[in-house]
Design a protein around this ligand. Structure first.
Ligand SMILES: Cc1ncc(COP(=O)(O)O)c(C=O)c1O
Length: 393
């Protein structure tokens, strides 16, 4: 199988450091999954095949929940969960301001109102305090986002939601295998939503997602909604309610089972790479994310903060180092969501200007980390010293 490795260098040229390398993950698992692919293709059970139930069992087991329901993507996982819980018109759902827009968009698509909470300056995650501040008499739920791969203080959030009588949901799209005191992401909330977008820590060969929950009736409702409103065991044209088409398909389930077998070693490698970044970037003026002692951070992203971010980023780009920005604009300031904003959220707003995500993927080499750190330290210094950039390309 041909694989593109963007970090490979043609002779005589400096290699670039890609932001991620999904093809390397595919190449690693392909020998193990190719027979299953062929068998599925020849059997023809592309929708609803046995591979889906197999992956759902494996994923629920991995997360420590009773049930997993495969769906088409992480955004649908969130919207279907809200709808299945009866959350919609007239209800408010709290989401952190610093997240991918899908978290808030799912609330709007479910017919409810997103209310934005500020985040911790150290972890950039929602806190029990910022959650409590955002609660109103209309609040039905909060979606805690395990941004970058780290869970917020889940027991603290549960204490607040328990006292207020609201539902805790998890957006674990970036946190496959993350833990709080040894308990897995997905096992704290009424339900947790995962994306298996290809670049995620557990990624499919296209779009895919899942909801995990230990409430069987909630799992059933989500499955019904995701399958044109057909309840479990119903005939093909027997519809219990208006649903949608948001199913995980058999080929994606095969890819996910294949990759799940490699998720733990890949996560360990991410953690090692993060430790190397921390060692090499100490004392350079680059602000690294805090990690709570109870948290197992799985480093979907290694997001730092630097002054003069756009210039630093341009200088890194000029040296062939790809970076990302997660996220340049907090949700409450995004044009389609501004109407829901209730005031400034200073931590999320101030942090946004400095956020810079560095390359991070399981097949990254130590040498690549070293090159990113050398270049970043120089770029930060150049920006601190003046407007001229010595390496911008
Ligand atoms: C935090 C977060 N929530 C939700 C989503 C949406 O997932 P999907 O792209 O699978 O719809 C993503 C994916 O990028 C995400 O990072």
């Amino acid at each position: 199988m041909h694989t593109a490795h963007p970090g490979n260098k043609p002779p005589g040229q400096a290699a670039c450091v890609p932001f991620t390398d999904v093809a390397a993950m595919t190449a690693e698992i392909w020998p193990a999954v190719q027979q299953d692919y062929l068998a599925c293709l020849l059997a023809g059970g592309y929708i609803g095949g046995p591979e889906i139930a197999a992956f759902e069992r494996e994923w629920a087991g991995y997360c420590g929940t009773g049930h997993a329901v495969g769906v088409a993507n992480g955004t649908d996982a969130l919207q279907l969960t809200l709808t299945a819980l009866g959350i919609g018109r007239g209800d408010e759902v709290i989401v952190p301001a610093n997240t991918f827009i899908a978290t808030a968009a799912a609330v709007v698509r479910a017919g409810a109102v997103p209310r934005f909470a500020d985040v911790s300056d150290g972890t950039l995650l929602i806190t029990p305090h910022t959650l409590a501040e955002a609660i109103t008499p209309r609040t039905r739920a909060v979606i805690a986002v395990h941004l970058f791969g780290q869970m917020p203080d889940m027991p603290g959030l549960l204490a607040v939601t328990g006292a207020a009588g609201i539902t805790l949901l998890e957006d674990a799209a970036q946190a496959h295998g993350a833990e709080w005191d040894g308990r897995r992401a997905g096992s704290f909330g009424e339900a947790a939503c995962f994306s298996f977008y290809p670049g995620k820590n557990l990624g499919a060969f296209g779009d895919a997602g899942a909801v995990v929950t230990s409430r069987p009736e909630l799992a059933d409702q989500i499955r019904t909604l995701a399958n044109h409103g057909r309840s479990r065991g119903a005939a093909h044209y027997e519809h219990e309610r208006i649903g949608t088409n948001s199913r995980l398909d058999s080929l994606q389930a095969i890819a996910l089972s294949g990759k799940l077998a490699r998720l733990d070693p890949w996560t360990e490698r991410r953690i090692e790479l993060a430790a190397r970044y921390r060692r090499l970037l100490g004392g350079t003026g680059v602000r690294m994310p805090d990690v709570a002692p109870s948290a197992r951070h799985v480093y979907h992203l290694f997001t730092v903060r630097v002054p003069g971010r756009d210039r630093v980023r341009a200088e890194l780009g000029g040296r062939g180092i790809q970076t990302g920005v997660h996220y340049p604009v907090p949700c409450h300031l995004q044009p389609p969501l501004r109407r829901f904003a209730t005031g400034p959220l200073p931590v999320a707003e101030q942090a946004a200007a400095g956020l810079l995500s560095l390359p991070m993927f399981p097949h990254m080499t130590d040498d690549q980390v070293d090159r990113v750190c050398d270049a970043l330290a120089e770029a930060v210094q150049d920006v601190a010293e003046g407007p001229e950039l010595s390496h911008a390309g």
